[in-house]
Write a protein that binds this ligand. Structure first.
Ligand code: DC
Length: 203
């Protein structure tokens, strides 16, 4: 039996942490779909044409090098605006969503385009300032040198591109449950998400 949980939202909203926790708690497989776009973006930075990079993507490439850098994030957001890139990644995501045993997918268009029939849809958000603070802490902990202002500008630029593109823009599905994590701890945010999933399971 399949059971799909779609979790969308902007960068550093907490959707990744929430998705992993929900997958863990309910014993579901998890796919971070941002990694697919990051891998394509990273290959574009190496000189490969983005559509070709998407069409020839393999699972191994998701573990290639560090995909969690600001440069790769920006490249991911750019290639994600190309309809042929998105089209090349649809089948993989849809079959993952319908795998036996259930799945959690997080991204920008899971509840709207990839899996509009998902059993649970969440849209996780937070103010740009709070998200920038979190991302700044993450990146400096990794040893990257940047300023909080740069991180905020980066997040704003990516939000605008991801929400403004014509194909599969980032938007909450009409029937998604909204979780604003601006004033929530990680535990509180995870519990809020788990309550929605549990309610759907028990009917
Ligand atoms: O979730 P993330 O920050 O790792 O995603 C990186 C970029 O990939 C994001 O800025 C937009 C794009 N993306 C997308 O367009 N659709 C998805 N389902 C996931 C990510």
């Amino acid at each position: 039996m399949s059971f799909a949980v779609a979790i969308d939202g902007p960068a550093a909203s907490g959707k990744g942490t929430i998705s992993r926790a929900v997958a863990d708690r309910f014993d579901l497989a998890h796919l971070d779909t941002g990694l697919l776009y990051r891998a394509v973006g990273a290959r574009m930075l190496l000189g490969i044409e983005p559509v070709e990079a998407a069409e020839t993507l393999t699972a191994g490439m998701l573990e290639d090098g560090d995909l969690r850098t600001p440069e790769v994030a920006q490249a991911a957001s750019k290639v994600a605006a190309i309809p042929e890139v998105r089209a090349a990644l649809v089948d993989f995501q849809r079959s993952f969503a319908r795998r036996v045993g259930g799945a959690v997918l997080d991204g920008r268009d899971i509840g709207t385009v990839i899996c509009p029939e998902a059993e649970v849809k969440l849209f996780v958000t937070a103010s740009a300032e709070v998200r920038a603070k979190r991302r700044f802490a993450e990146l400096t902990a990794k040893g990257l040198e940047l300023t909080p202002g740069q991180v905020l500008a980066d997040i704003r630029e990516r939000d605008a591109r991801d929400a403004g593109r014509a194909d599969a823009p980032m938007v909450a599905a009409a029937d998604a449950v909204l979780i604003d994590t601006s004033d929530l701890s990680i535990e509180e945010a995870v519990e809020a998400a788990c309550r929605v999933v549990a309610a759907r399971i028990t009917g």
